[in-house]
Write a protein of this length. Structure first.
Length: 289
């Protein structure tokens, strides 16, 4: 069954329900309710989302692979592969667009993330940022108003998870705040593994902070201790298919995790990708690039 956009809450709703807590360090940006109303965190199966586009973390051939790449190709059907064969691959850091075929999503954007190299960290960051920037620009050019991302390069491609989350959120915030980004009405960060949920819920408030009244209404008094504070667990709805199995490129255990520490903020200014989406009650391995 397809998941309609109207059933996915925004960050504003998550803050008001106490599902997402304010950062206890200074956010990078001031509160902007208009932007918070256009961003969501969703835990579930990306291939079920009825949106304008889903972003496939692809390899350079664009011919499918493991993880979410393979899951998207299977759900879309053979016509997707047929169209991808006409695209002549894609450079790392770039993205190309196809139809969605049998998917509820109208389009698939195929973004090729970098394989992380600690000796080339700056270059990797530029390419990862370009993946998100190019994908969002393709949405504008194709009059796509809603788009769902999953984490790019954070699996077998080895990009440090929190660093990748910073890049995704910073790039998205800046694009939505630009003139070019005004036509995009919703960006959904789609996650599956508990570690991905934890990363997003602790870093989202640094880029998309709540209103002051939401902060005072949902936040307990600050503790006297100076230890790094923990972010409250966000209740992300379980919208994934039970016990879905995807042949993994990288297996990672998934288990329910309690509150995690706020990540140290990252200052603002090849081949199969991403992890599969399945049952939120973590019962098996997930793969990603």
């Amino acid at each position: 069954m397809a998941v309609d956009l109207s059933s996915i809450g925004t960050l504003t709703a998550a803050y008001s329900k106490g599902e997402l807590k304010p950062a206890r360090v200074e956010p990078f940006y001031a509160h902007n309710n208009a932007i918070n109303e256009r961003v969501s965190l969703y835990r579930g199966d990306m291939t079920k989302l009825a949106v304008g586009a889903i972003v496939n973390a692809a390899n350079r051939s664009l011919l499918g692979g493991g993880g979410v790449d393979g899951a998207i190709h299977r759900a879309a059907g053979s016509d997707l592969l047929r169209e991808c064969r006409t695209l002549n691959g894609c450079a790392t850091g770039r993205a190309k667009i196809t139809k969605g075929y049998n998917l509820p999503a109208a389009h698939v954007i195929h973004a090729v993330g970098p394989i992380y190299d600690d000796d080339e960290a700056d270059a990797c960051e530029e390419k990862l940022q370009s993946c998100y920037q190019t994908s969002l620009q393709l949405c504008v050019e194709n009059k796509i108003e809603s788009v769902a991302f999953s984490g790019i390069s954070t699996g077998i491609y080895g990009y440090p998870l929190d660093d990748a989350t910073h890049v995704a959120l910073r790039t998205t915030h800046n694009f939505l705040n630009s003139d070019a980004g005004q036509s995009i009405q919703r960006v959904i960060f789609t996650v599956f593994r508990q570690i991905d949920v934890d990363s997003y819920k602790k870093i989202l408030p640094l880029y998309f902070p709540p209103a002051e009244e939401a902060t005072s209404a949902t936040s307990p008094p600050a503790p006297v201790e100076t230890d790094k504070p923990a972010a409250a667990a966000m209740t992300v709805p379980d919208n994934s298919a039970p016990n879905e199995t995807v042949v993994p490129d990288e297996a990672q255990p998934m288990s329910q995790v309690e509150e995690t520490e706020v990540a140290t903020p990252r200052p603002a200014d090849d081949d199969d990708e991403l992890h599969p989406m399945s049952q939120v009650e973590d019962t098996g391995p997930a793969s990603s690039h």
